[in-house]
Design a protein around this ligand. Structure first.
Ligand code: CDP
Ligand code: MG
Length: 138
């Protein structure tokens, strides 16, 4: 069973979409292995988004991601990494397919409702930024 890290971003939390988004993960058969509500600070954001440091959008991205609470989750299931990325849709909601979470709930290409790991290596790294082994029920 594969695991992936998902973040429900501050825009979706603020707009009360948490329940609808979680329902979509459970609706495709994924299981919640860990979950918490937290607010990122700049240090946590710099660790999570390390590969984006120096990009022109990095500062506004951190400002957005630290602006309010987020839900962090580990989702588990067969092919979970790929299936969650498909369910989320393209980074920019204008390009996201109908029925995807970003098409339904994202505001724009920055405030785009959700994050998901993009490979087994990033999933392993990102899961352990937010969760200890003892907090993961797999
Ligand atoms: O989240 P995803 O893997 O789809 O996209 P990314 O290219 O890895 O970028 C990470 C996040 O940075 C995006 O989800 C956006 O929130 C933000 N971003 C941005 O604010 N402006 C951009 N031009 C590109 C990404
Ligand atoms: Mg990415």
């Amino acid at each position: 069973m594969e695991k992936t890290l998902v973040l429900i971003k501050p825009d979706a939390f603020e707009a009360h979409h948490v329940g609808d988004i979680i329902k979509m993960y459970e609706g495709i058969g994924l299981r919640i292995a860990a979950m918490k509500l937290l607010q990122m600070d700049e240090r946590l954001a710099s660790i999570h988004y390390a590969e984006h440091i120096g990009r022109p959008y990095y500062e506004p991205l951190v400002s957005f991601m630290t602006s309010g609470p987020i839900v962090a989750m580990v989702l588990m299931g067969e092919d979970a990494i790929h299936r969650v990325r498909e369910l989320h849709g393209k980074t920019n909601p204008a390009e996201a397919a109908d029925g995807t979470i970003r098409k339904l709930y994202a505001t724009d290409g920055r405030k785009n409702a959700v994050h998901a790991s993009d490979s087994p290596e990033s999933a392993n790294r990102e899961i352990h930024i937010f969760f200890n082994e003892t907090e993961i029920y797999d």
